[in-house]
Design a protein around this ligand. Structure first.
Ligand SMILES: Cc1cc2nc3c(=O)[nH]c(=O)nc-3n(C[C@H](O)[C@H](O)[C@H](O)COP(=O)(O)OP(=O)(O)OC[C@H]3O[C@@H](n4cnc5c(N)ncnc54)[C@H](O)[C@@H]3O)c2cc1C
Length: 312
């Protein structure tokens, strides 16, 4: 870290009330267990605390990156310059993990949840309160904020199907509520105007708690059977092209099990790369390039990354 950056960080973080970790290895905060250090990883106490650092980081031109639960991220080996913000960790304020019913209307329940809530916790809440609509998300790790930004989905359903509105903080630190209709939500991507999602209102239906619980268990089981659960990874590496699922294309060019250093294409699901222990981002990036060029050369299809690559 340069002296100038350190001075700027000192100014930005002077009035900050949350927790700050300096030079924190991102490998501790990603499901891949890969990633160099963040110059500062911060856990705000509340929305005001978060708005404050967003405003100050902008005025000092210090880059700010919003971390969810790190389940869709590949952080490069030299780490992330500037400030990384986490609101889904238990070290951040509890307000980011609020779950509050907003209104009920003809069997529809509108539920506000903070962006720091884990999808698994939200699913537990829906079973307890007999709310249906989110079952497809069983087995998708990560936070609600990450799921909204990625428009995460499974089994033909995605977050956009139940998203009513999003609570955002813009680059000037102002909080706004934006209806989902005003957002551009696509397959595994969104164009959200703010830089931080602090919460969302979801549209759910009253349903039968037992049936909801059973669907969740079935979906979890299907994931366990098809994914390399228990080995560090970051979910699907590539988006599925329209022509054919990415895993089939990768399999068809003989890349099942292919490896680079300690990173390997999963034997169980060829669109997953696993960290066999001690892999670095360079291993994974080299493997991604090898897969991409082999698939393109042999099938003519260009694969697009789903995993987000960040850092230097
Ligand atoms: C085993 C496994 C299985 C998976 N299965 C699926 C699946 O079935 N379907 C699917 O869609 N995905 C799947 N994923 C990928 C991943 O879980 C999802 O994309 C998830 O929604 C990412 O959430 P996260 O909180 O971990 O976000 P992160 O990975 O931390 O971040 C993802 C992106 O969102 C941004 N972001 C996160 N939170 C915020 C916020 N509050 N405000 C602004 N920006 C934010 C980050 O800057 C980053 O660009 C899987 C991953 C794993 C490891």
């Amino acid at each position: 870290m340069t002296t100038k950056t350190r001075d700027h960080l000192n100014v930005i973080l002077a009035g900050f009330r949350g927790i700050v970790l300096l030079n924190e290895p991102m490998s501790r905060h990603t499901s891949f267990k890969i990633g160099g250090p963040a110059e500062a990883l911060v856990f705000p106490k509340d929305e005001e605390d978060l708005s404050g650092i967003i405003r100050l980081a902008r005025s000092k031109k210090v880059p700010l990156f919003m971390l969810g639960d790190g389940t869709n991220l590949l952080v490069r080996d030299k780490g992330i310059r500037g400030i990384v913000v986490s609101i889904s960790s238990g070290m951040a304020g509890e307000c980011f993990r609020d779950i509050v019913p907003v209104k009920e209307d003809a069997g529809r329940l509108y539920l506000y949840a903070g962006a720091g809530v884990h999808l698994a916790a939200l699913l537990k809440y829906t079973v307890k309160n007999s709310l249906s609509g989110l079952e497809f998300a069983a087995g998708i790790p990560g936070s609600l904020g990450g799921a909204v930004v990625m428009n995460a989905g499974s089994w033909g359903k995605e977050m956009k199907d139940l998203l009513e509105s999003v609570r955002l903080i813009d680059k000037n630190g102002n909080i706004t509520e934006v209806p989902a209709k005003g957002l551009s939500l696509h397959y595994r991507s969104t164009h959200i105007p703010g830089i931080v999602v602090v919460g969302s209102v979801l549209r759910l239906q009253r349903g039968d708690s037992e049936k909801i619980g059973m669907t969740i268990r079935e979906n979890l089981l299907r994931k366990k059977e098809t994914q390399p659960v228990g080995t560090p990874n970051a979910g699907s590496i590539f988006k599925n092209p329209e022509a054919m699922p990415a895993w089939k294309l990768i399999d068809s060019v003989g890349m099942r099990g292919a490896s680079m250093g300690k990173a390997a294409v999963s034997e169980r699901h060829t669109n997953f790369i696993i960290n066999k222990g001690g892999a670095n981002a360079n291993d994974v990036l080299s493997l991604i390039r090898r897969i991409g060029s082999k698939v393109e050369r042999e099938t003519g299809v260009t694969l697009e990354l789903e995993v987000r690559v960040v850092g230097a």
